[in-house]
Design a protein around this ligand. Structure first.
Ligand code: SAM
Length: 302
């Protein structure tokens, strides 16, 4: 099956999803279930060189970004994801000055990284410039940080960019869509090997690592692969109502051996804490505590 028709097979063509005033999210990655959001107004709907891009105003979750039929961010709950995928690795590093964000074209991750005063430069490596342009227009509260002088945007494939920048970053965050379409390469072993090479000696990376309710068959081999490459690997998660299963996790990998990867080395000061709605030092540690069914699958369960 060629990639285009397989994409059609993989995701219900989103024009069909718009035939009522409800957006219905279906995917082979979560068979037998679908999330629906009531639409107030479709704001943007075009195909870029890489994916279908849809933005709509929803009745109860604010503005919503959808790529290839899959919800990426909603105004109402995006903070739960952006804060955790950023502050878990950032507060686990003693002084992150150079940060790389792969994917992340909506700007939410960049917004959170910019809150760390120690950061001197952030590279955003986003494959699709149309995502950035659309989010600047329709999701300015996420994309505002993209104009910051510390941010440099590269419109390229993240896997390719990594290979050309060894020993370059203190923290790398992979804020990717799911392993179907352009992000598939970001879930393969060579990508994690390139992540290791692109990190400085004390470097830490944090990758979007799907849901323990739906993707255990993806997460377990992903963590096993990372454990063959990195000194320390752990899985943490956040709660977010508009991602399938209401939960999504992160593979957090340290280049150097870290007994304490689950404890923050730094903590937010009062000013930073006031900007947060999910992350705090206590939930940093709690996020690594898995329910038994996941602990048995993903950790050496004693
Ligand atoms: N928070 C969302 C999630 O967890 O699914 C991800 C949001 S962000 C919009 C995902 C971004 O990854 C998209 O803008 C997409 O274009 C980008 N992307 C996908 N594959 C990529 C690749 N190989 N290199 C760089 N960016 C990529």
């Amino acid at each position: 099956m060629d990639s285009d028709s397989s994409n059609q097979q993989l995701h219900l063509n989103h024009h069909e999803q718009l035939n009522t005033n409800w957006f219905i999210e279906r995917s082979v990655l979560w068979p037998g279930q679908a999330q629906s959001l009531q639409i107030e107004q479709v704001l943007f709907s075009e195909k870029s060189d890489f994916q279908d891009i849809l933005v709509f105003k929803s009745k109860t979750y604010g503005t919503v970004l959808v790529l290839d039929g899959v919800i990426q961010v909603t105004e109402r709950d995006e903070f739960a994801y952006q804060e955790m995928i950023v502050h878990l690795p950032m507060f686990s590093h003693h002084c992150p000055e150079r940060v790389l964000v792969i994917g992340g074209g909506d700007g939410g991750v960049i917004r959170e990284v910019l809150k760390h005063d120690c950061v001197r430069e952030i590279v955003l490596c986003e494959i699709d410039s149309m995502v950035v342009d659309v989010c600047k227009t329709y999701l300015p509260q996420l994309a505002a940080g993209l104009e910051d002088p510390r941010v440099k945007i590269e419109y390229r494939d993240g896997a390719e960019y990594l290979r050309q920048h060894p020993q370059s970053f203190d923290v790398i965050i992979t804020d990717s869509s799911d392993p179907v379409g352009p992000a598939d390469v970001l879930f393969q072993r060579p990508f994690y090997e390139s992540l290791y090479t692109a990190l400085k000696p004390e470097g830490i990376c944090c990758c979007q690592a799907e849901s323990i309710w739906l993707h255990m068959d993806l997460i377990r081999p992903l963590l096993d692969t990372c454990r063959k490459i990195f000194a320390t690997v752990s899985y943490a998660y956040t709660m977010i109502p508009t991602y399938p299963g209401g939960q999504i996790g992160f593979a957090i990998c340290s280049k150097s051996a870290r007994e304490d990867i689950r404890k923050p080395l730094r903590k937010p000061d009062t000013t930073l804490l006031q900007t947060l709605k999910y992350y705090c030092p206590e939930i940093h540690q709690a996020a690594f505590v898995l329910p038994l069914f996941a602990k048995r699958e993903l950790e050496d369960y004693s």
